[in-house]
Design a protein around this ligand. Structure first.
Ligand SMILES: NC(=O)c1ccc[n+]([C@@H]2O[C@H](COP(=O)([O-])OP(=O)(O)OC[C@H]3O[C@@H](n4cnc5c(N)ncnc54)[C@H](O)[C@@H]3O)[C@@H](O)[C@H]2O)c1
Length: 340
């Protein structure tokens, strides 16, 4: 089976690709290696994938391409004819969308459209794409459930992710493309994203710079360890959604559809107080953080908390890595990679 992964030089795409190469799949990876964060980290991840390819004796083809280049993307699909698509390339980040709105429209709306059109033309077996916990927007009902209405996004990033879910529903309804949207909750771990709190805090603690603590630390995040996410994603390959003829459209339910379409939260379902998170980091690194307390940032939410019953009923979820263990793995990687 041929699997195409977009965003393969990114944090999650990289880990997924590594796992699927080890499982013996043939992988086509796409990424434009943009400079939203350190390009060297993206190139190092690609190097790791080359090593994984050799070690596992599987096949990895990398193509540097921007998703907005429709003709190039169409050509790759025509030539490679992938069976399963994991669409993980996106302009990520909530805060950056305040300053760079069009970057989100290009990658997350136009880019998404190009990929899903290719899925239609090539009749793929499964289309699995990254959505985000940020679609829950201004909701304060916790835990966040797929049953909840998600009509109040508070960042452009969230609005583009919600639009992806809506586009995918249309394509599964009209063209029968089996589609799964994954709402991810603050994923962290080795090879993680330099623009996210676990990485930013770690970097600052090592260098003695003050860490910026927003909303004076009164925040909770459902930190989810990367291996747990990858384990679930890999299991979804064998479970493309099927049509649900029992769906009662006279009682609309945001978590369900008549179509071969699903939305799942993937999270740890155990929100951690930000200050507790910092304490675990300090203990693992062995250095106390210098703290700067600041007000809430626009576009941010106070708490994220995943209700994960839906995915647990769909596939077997076995991993649930503790924050202590996950942070230990992350710090070990960080020390080795940055020679600390
Ligand atoms: N990491 C998280 O906690 C988290 C949480 C919620 C949702 N997500 C979503 O999961 C997906 C993967 O996230 P990640 O943490 O790996 O992010 P990442 O930024 O590390 O990876 C995204 C990759 O996509 C590539 N890319 C971006 N725009 C592109 C374009 N136009 N053409 C080609 N390549 C492009 C980037 O170069 C990058 O390597 C994203 O869709 C993100 O929105 C992540």
């Amino acid at each position: 089976m041929k699997i195409l992964i977009t965003g393969v030089a990114g944090f999650i795409g990289f880990h997924l690709c590594k796992k699927l190469l080890n499982d013996g799949y043939q992988i086509i990876g796409l990424d434009n290696i943009n400079s939203y964060y350190d390009i060297n980290l993206k190139l190092s991840r690609l190097n790791e994938l080359k090593k994984a390819e050799i070690k596992s004796n599987s096949n990895f083809i990398f193509k540097k391409v921007d998703l907005v280049k429709k003709e190039e993307i169409f050509q790759i699909f025509d030539e490679e004819k992938p069976d399963v698509i994991f669409h993980f390339a996106a302009q990520a980040g909530v805060r950056y969308s305040i300053e760079n709105p069009f970057s989100y429209i290009d990658s997350n709306v136009t880019g998404f459209m190009n990929i899903i059109e290719c899925c239609r033309k090539n009749k793929v077996k499964s289309f699995i794409f990254a959505s985000s916990s940020s679609v829950y927007g201004g909701n304060t009902k916790i835990p966040y459930s797929e049953k909840d209405p998600v009509d109040h996004p508070i960042s452009l990033y969230a609005a583009t992710k919600r639009s992806n879910e809506l586009f995918a529903h249309v394509y599964s309804h009209l063209y029968g493309i089996p589609s799964i949207g994954i709402r991810l909750f603050t994923v962290y771990g080795p090879w993680g994203r330099p623009d996210m709190a676990p990485f930013i805090f770690t970097k600052s603690i090592f260098s003695g710079e003050a860490i910026k603590i927003f909303n004076n630390g009164d925040m909770n995040r459902d930190f989810t360890y990367i291996d747990d996410v990858i384990d679930a994603l890999a299991k979804l390959i064998a479970k493309p959604p099927v049509r649900n003829n029992k769906y009662d459209s006279s009682k609309p339910n945001p978590s369900k559809s008549w179509s071969n379409f699903k939305i799942f939260n993937i999270g740890n379902s155990n929100p951690i107080k930000l200050m507790k998170f910092i304490e675990i980091l300090e203990n693992e690194i062995g250095i106390k953080a210098v703290k700067e307390y600041l007000p809430m940032q626009p576009g941010d939410v106070k708490t994220t908390f995943a209700d994960t019953k839906n995915i647990e009923n769909y596939i077997e979820i076995t991993n649930n890595t503790s924050l202590e263990k996950g942070i230990k793995n992350f710090i070990n990687w960080y020390k080795e990679y940055y020679s600390k």
